[in-house]
Design a protein around this ligand. Sequence first.
Ligand code: HEM
Length: 544
Amino acid sequence: MAKVFSLDDVKAHNKPDDLYIVVHGDVYDLTTFKNEHPGGKKILERVAGKDATVQFQKYHKDSVLEKYKPKFCVGSVEGKKAAPVKEAPKPVAAAPKPKPVAATTTSSAEPATTVLETFGDLIPYGDPGWYQSYHSPYYKESHAALRAEVREWITNEIEPYVTEWDEARSVPDSVFKTMGERGYLAGLLGVKYPVEYTDRRVASVPAEEWDHFHELIVTDELSRTGSGGFVWSQIGGYGIGLPPVIRFGGEELKKRILPGLLGGDNRICLAITEPDAGSDVANLTCEAKLTPDGKHYIVNGEKKWITNGIWADYFTTAVRTGGPGMGGVSVLLIEKTHPGVSVRKMDCQGVWSSGTTYITFEDVKVPVENLIGKENQGFKVIMTNFNHERLGIVIQCNRFSRVLYEESMKYAHKRKTFGKNLVEHPVIRMKLAQMARQIEACHNWLENIVYQCEKMGTQESMLRLGGAIAGLKAQATTTFEFCAREAAQIFGGLAYTRGGQGAKVERLYRDVKAYMIPGGSLEIMEDLSIRQALKVHQVLGMKL
Ligand code: HEM
């Protein structure tokens, strides 16, 4: 049982070689830690034997305690009050099972909308509206249960280590394995939950109920880590490399590789971009020549900026099997075990722990069974994939924007300048308002599009939604860029240094371009949003 101290007991430990302090009613023995304390040892010595909660809150995020409490907390003070802020991680899943508090039917012709219990910190706009008791036609109890399940895992087991992993430029393999064990990987493919290839299941959602909104929630909650590198380390290669295989791959191939991939034992990535061909997919040059016996392709070429390539067992690769242009492109699954595959890690501005890779294929012999889709019809495979990829980017960007906003809102309530909390200065509230309105606009458009995907199915959504999804990607990435800039201004110097209170803001600022350039650059997205929409609406009978 934890020891209980009186304040007088604590006062006795007020020397450099016997240094206790109180934070949020808990007693910490910092005698050994003081020499490693990043803020310095003297500052701790000045509060030795005292309640230093106020000083602590000024300089740290409360998450610091999540990491250090197990090491240095030696008990609590008598009559400890409930801490005013989060202290030890709370198991969110232990919260009462979410249930609708009101189900309303607006008219007999309209579907009922559900109001679920509030969830999260309830900072206005800090979470999507349905977390804060807004009516929604999209979400039901299984969505609420899933958000609690993922949040609990991320808060307790992931978030405390994300900065460390980002600095180390890699996330332990065990995390990806856990993604598989928890059934999340199988649910992130933009298709119905693939029960035929895995026995993994998501604890809070029956497989037959899995929909695109469940997928949205997993990606959204992963993104609360505030690290593009972390999110991409888990789903950056997987979420875009595996859908083409599951949709267009041969049955034998799927049976062989899907169980390992869905379970988190193996890894896959998407290899399209080349040193000289980014968004211009139709002009890629990596060639695959059929052998005279028709049994293999011989692949030669280079791929660049390939997320997760360094760890991948499989490479879903765009190759040229025919003439110039989009009609000569195919997709091949190349395996790490095929001789002639080499990978080299690249050093990039952001998403450090995502494993950005340069790949060379030199006379790699790939069996024809590894063809994904039909020969010279790879463009369709790639195009079908883009909507899913871009929606993933939108979800991540918008949550990152919320994280930046949420961090700013919290900091603006504790940092004082000119005798006032930052939030009391109108110029700061204006920044928060501009962030919030863009985030909400983007999220509402996102939910609408996800709903269309759910209703239309793959084929129709590929034909009809490409333009809107491109526009949404442009909106989400510019919102992200805006929020990163404004959050950095609110945090000032803390956003300019790595780690500490501004860690998420500094990191996300570095990650912005990883979202605005790949997956279709901002400029291409804006152009496509109009070009593609015009084509669709011509078919629909548009009158100009
Ligand atoms: C349980 C007690 C404490 C722990 C575990 C702790 C831990 C840390 C850590 C990990 C940092 C690095 C920055 C970060 O990750 O936020 C830090 C920085 C700092 N700490 Fe502490 N600390 C404690 C108590 C205190 C107290 C009581 C004070 C003040 C009286 C203090 C003053 C500072 C300062 C000034 C910095 C530098 C902040 C900056 O770079 O802006 N710390 N501390």
